[in-house]
Design a protein around this ligand. Structure first.
Ligand SMILES: C[S@@+](CC[C@H](N)C(=O)[O-])C[C@H]1O[C@@H](n2cnc3c(N)ncnc32)[C@H](O)[C@@H]1O
Length: 302
C-alpha cells in the first residue's frame, strides 16, 4: 500500500516501503525501490551514524535487523571499518542484493547475511552484537515488546540497540499546489494512519502496544536511552531520484488507498502522476523532500 510513512520512506513513519507491510507485502519485488529510496536517504543515515559513533566506539559486530537490500548495512561497514556487519532479513532476494552491493563497495570480506524471520533469526548469530540497528523493521513484527526484548538479548554487554521508528509525516509538495483542494498531503496522512493501524492489527501475533520507545527499551532491560531526530531536507528543484521517490510514493498511495480517497483527491493524484501533465511531479518545479526520522538508542548494562 501506501505507506511509506513508517519508513524514512513513509512519510511520517518513514517507511519508504510505502505500503507493504504485513504478510501480503512482496518485499522481493520492492528491492530496487527500497534500494534507491535508501540511497536518497543516505544523508540521514550518515548523520545518524556519526551521532552513534560518539558512543559506539569500535564495534566488532554490527547487526542490521530487517536490512532489506543492505544499503544501510553497507554504510555501516564503511563508517566502521573495524566492524563485521551481518544483515538479517526474511526476504532472501533482498539479502542477495545486499551481498552483491557489499562486494561492489569493497566491504564483502566483512559482510554476511542471515535469512529468517525476526526476531528468531537472531538466534543464528554466532556472536553477540555490539550494535544492533533496526530501521523501520520493528513495526512489521506483531509483538514489538517481545521483539525488542529478543533484540536486547542479542547484545553484548555494553552493546547498543538503535531503533529508527517514527518522526514526522514527510512533505513533498506545498500546501496549495494550484490543482485540487489544498492540503492533499495532510489528508493522505490521515488515510495512511488508518492503513498502518490495520496493517499492524493484521500481523501474526499482533499485540497492541503504546509506542513509547524509550519505555519499551527500558522494559527490555536496557539503559541510557537517547532519542534524536534527523532531518532529510532536499529542497526544490528536486533531483531525478527525488522526483522518482515522490512519484513512487504517490502512485502507491493512489493504488493502496484508492477506495478511501475522495474523487477530487483521486483526480489530483492522477494529474500529479501523469508525465504529460505540466502539473505532474515529474516536471513541476516545486517538488521537494522534507522528512524527519527519529532514532532511539539504549545500551545493555556491562
Ligand atoms: C521498510 S523495510 C526497511 C528496510 C531497511 N531497514 C531500511 O530502513 O531501508 C522493512 C524490512 O523488514 C523486513 N521484514 C519485515 N518483516 C520481517 C520479519 N518478520 N522478519 C524479518 N524481516 C522482516 C522486510 O523484508 C524489509 O526488508
Amino acid at each position: 500500500m501506501a505507506h511509506d510513512h513508517h519508513d524514512p520512506h513513509h512519510t511520517g513513519h518513514g517507511d519508504g516501503h510505502g505500503h507493504g507491510h504485513g504478510a501480503d507485502v512482496d518485499w522481493n519485488a520492492m528491492g530496487p525501490r527500497l534500494e534507491s529510496q535508501a540511497e536518497l536517504f543516505s544523508p540521514v543515515y550518515a548523520r545518524a551514524m556519526a551521532w552513534l559513533a560518539r558512543e559506539v566506539t569500535e564495534p566488532g559486530l554490527i547487526v542490521d535487523a530487517g536490512s532489506g537490500p543492505g544499503v544501510v548495512s553497507c554504510l555501516f561497514a564503511e563508517a566502521f571499518p573495524g566492524a563485521r556487519v551481518v544483515a538479517v532479513d526474511s526476504a532472501a532476494p533482498l539479502l542477495e542484493r545486499a551481498r552483491a552491493r557489499a562486494v561492489r563497495r569493497g566491504v564483502g570480506d566483512r559482510f554476511a547475511t542471515v535469512a529468517g524471520e525476526l526476531p528468531e533469526a537472531l538466534d543464528k548469530l554466532d556472536y553477540p552484537a555490539d550494535l544492533l540497528w533496526a530501521s523501520r523493521s520493528l513495526h512489521h513484527l506483531g509483538d514489538q515488546r517481545a521483539a525488542l526484548a529478543a533484540f536486547a538479548a542479542r547484545l553484548a554487554p555494553g552493546g547498543t540497540l538503535a531503533l529508527l521508528e517514527g518522526g514526522l509525516p514527510a512533505r513533498f509538495l506545498p500546501r496549495d499546489i494550484g490543482i485540487g483542494r489544498p492540503g492533499l498531503q495532510a489528508r493522505l496522512d490521515v488515510l495512511e494512519e488508518d492503513w498502518f493501524a490495520r496493517m499492524r492489527a493484521d500481523l501474526p501475533g499482533y499485540v497492541a502496544e503504546t509506542e513509547d520507545w524509550a519505555a519499551l527499551l527500558t522494559a527490555a532491560g536496557l539503559g541510557r536511552t537517547r532519542t534524536r531526530t534527523f532531518l532529510l531536507d532536499l529542497p526544490a528543484p528536486a533531483t531525478d531520484r527525488a522526483r522518482a521517490y515522490v512519484a513512487a510514493y504517490l502512485s502507491r498511495v493512489r493504488e493502496g488507498l484508492r477506495d478511501a480517497l475522495d474523487a477530487g483527491d483521486r483526480a489530483t493524484l492522477d494529474r500529479l502522476l501523469d508525465p504529460s501533465d505540466p502539473a505532474s511531479v515529474h516536471v513541476r518545479p516545486d517538488v521537494f523532500v522534507l522528512g524527519a526520522y527519529t532514532l532511539h538508542t539504549a545500551v545493555r548494562p556491562a
